[in-house]
Design a protein around this ligand. Structure first.
Ligand code: ADP
Ligand code: ADP
Ligand code: ZN
Length: 209
């Protein structure tokens, strides 16, 4: 099984990806996480992320391409945050074709603008990868990670001034993928406004192993 998670910032892609990977043992590929790692060493990426802009397509493709030639992707994968532009989707098709890999479905987790703002404003993350929400998914102890005890912080691109830019980048550059994958017959609509476990139910019902 090979799947894509599509949706606006804050829709719950990362949250659901963790649950899907636990239940179905697929490889999780999050370009956002990869860039947050790279950001420590590369200034240009750091600046793009902090301002809420996308990383250029060529750079994204170069980074992602390496993973598809590896055997471990063959046991199935979940792409989270990639592709994010029609150009990336087209390039992905070329890579998949050359490796004889097919996408089974694209889960489009949708939420409205107001909810995206609320979710992003309340998101707190730990360096171990765990993610929380100050009201919807709070940690047991304020500011402390349930998994590792680490300190929870706000991502610097989650601050109020950047969030609106990210949402407009999404509308212009990523949303066209909804039509793109719908035309390809791969899109599955998921109501992201429901709670975490309901969203997971909607997705797992459609996963075939
Ligand atoms: P994305 O990866 O799509 O940007 P996240 O999975 O990081 O989104 O979720 C964004 C924020 O919303 C996080 O703080 C997360 O805890 C919270 N969240 C995720 N799913 C839900 C949900 N179904 N209902 C309420 N809050 C949620
Ligand atoms: P969110 O789901 O909250 O929007 P991500 O963690 O997926 O955040 O991405 C964080 C940032 O990393 C994006 O705002 C963008 O700058 C960069 N990024 C991640 N994936 C891509 C991609 N496929 N193409 C271009 N930029 C990306
Ligand atoms: Zn942690």
């Amino acid at each position: 099984m090979n799947y894509i998670l599509l949706g606006p910032p804050g829709a719950g892609k990362g949250t659901q990806a963790k649950k899907i990977v636990e239940r179905f043992s697929v490889v999780h590929l999050s370009t956002g996480e990869m860039f947050r790692e790279a950001k420590r060493s590369e200034r240009i990426i750091s600046e793009l992320l902090t301002s809420g802009q996308l990383v250029p397509d060529a750079l994204v493709i170069d980074m992602v391409k390496k993973y598809f030639v590896k055997d471990y992707m063959k046991k199935g994968f979940l792409l989270d945050g990639f592709p994010r532009t029609v150009r990336q989707a087209e390039k992905l098709n070329v890579i998949l074709k050359s490796e004889s890999i097919k996408i089974d479905a694209v889960f489009f987790i949708d939420i409205c603008f107001e909810e995206a703002i609320k979710r992003i404003a309340g998101r707190r993350v730990c360096s171990c990868g765990a993610s929380y929400h100050i009201t919807a998914l709070p940690p047991k102890e304020v500011g402390k990670c349930d998994v590792c005890g680490g300190r929870l912080v706000q991502r610097n691109d989650d601050r109020e001034d950047t969030v609106r830019d990210r949402l407009s980048v999404y509308e212009k550059q990523t949303k066209p993928l909804v039509e793109y994958y719908s035309k390809a017959g791969l899109l599955i609509d998921i109501d992201g406004l429901k709670d975490e476990s309901n969203v997971f139910e909607q997705i797992s019902r459609k996963i075939k192993i």
